[in-house]
Design a binder for this molecule. Structure first.
Ligand code: FPP
Length: 247
């Protein structure tokens, strides 16, 4: 099944270079089974593994996962702490395998809000996977799109006030270079699971021309086959970037 889908992807044209995912539905997955919410998050780790392997197989070069939003800090303390413990576990358990697969992990977001133990754990996965050349994996942690834009605006304003930058020199490229995703191309494809049609403050600047794919599958049930279906859906789209079609 997965190999058939991969063959179709190879025949269908361009593979998206950069895929971003809003991994949603862990809580509902757990509730449907009478389990605590953290069990849904834990199960979600398997899907993270699935999509990483799927991206490597399909030839996607960059994968960006929304692992913890700035809004998620408002969840009950025991859920926040379960999510932080899961990140630590992920860093410990997956580091060697990610390295073997050639995955280079980057962690992006307001990391000064993250506790020192989790911070150290994510640092070890970043250091331990440096140089991986098959896939760049961005884990967005303590990330919010509006906060990111505000941070950039403040930084550029500071440069103008300090006389380091002229107002008229601020264009899209200069602005984009101050975002967490500075050196990366914008996502070609955004996948959101669990049937919700919302951006939830994710990559607000970067998603301007991204193709959206909403899957009704809850994140812990999401497999590489679902990823491949999303890529095939992307390949059927015509991307015009605000222009008209070619004649
Ligand atoms: C949304 O589901 C998911 C999250 C807030 C966390 C995502 C985290 C993981 C998938 C864990 C593993 C990830 C890594 C990178 C180690 P929800 O809780 O909002 O679900 P609900 O909408 O059904 O309540």
């Amino acid at each position: 099944m997965a190999s058939e889908l991969l063959d179709r992807i190879r025949l269908s044209g361009d593979v998206p270079e950069h895929v971003a995912i809003i991994m949603d539905g862990n809580g509902r997955w757990a509730r449907a089974r009478g389990l605590p919410r953290h069990r849904g998050h834990r199960e979600g780790m398997k899907s993270v593994r699935e999509v990483i392997e799927g991206c490597v197989e399909a030839g996607v070069r960059i994968l960006t996962l929304f692992a913890f939003s700035t809004e998620n800090w408002q969840r009950p303390p025991q859920e926040v702490s379960a999510l932080m413990s899961l990140l630590q576990l992920y860093a410990r358990k997956e580091r060697a395998e990610l390295r073997r697969q050639g995955v280079e992990v980057h962690v992006l977001g307001e990391l000064d809000r993250v506790d020192p133990t989790t911070r150290r754990a994510v640092d070890t996965i970043v250091e331990g996977t440096r140089g991986g050349s098959e896939l760049r994996l961005n884990l967005m942690i303590s990330y919010g799109g509006r906060e990111e834009i505000l941070r950039s605006a403040r930084e550029l304003a500071r440069c103008v006030v300090a006389g380091e930058l002229a107002l008229e020199d601020i264009d899209e490229d200069v602005f984009a270079a101050t975002l967490f995703t500075a050196e990366l191309p914008d996502p070609d494809l955004l996948i959101r699971t669990s049937g919700e049609h919302r951006l939830s403050n994710f990559l607000l600047w970067q998603l301007a021309y991204t193709e959206l794919h909403v899957s009704s599958v809850l994140w812990p049930d999401f497999t590489r086959e679902h990823l491949f279906e999303a890529v095939l859906d992307y390949q059927r789209r015509e991307r015009r970037f605000g222009r008209v079609s070619a004649p």
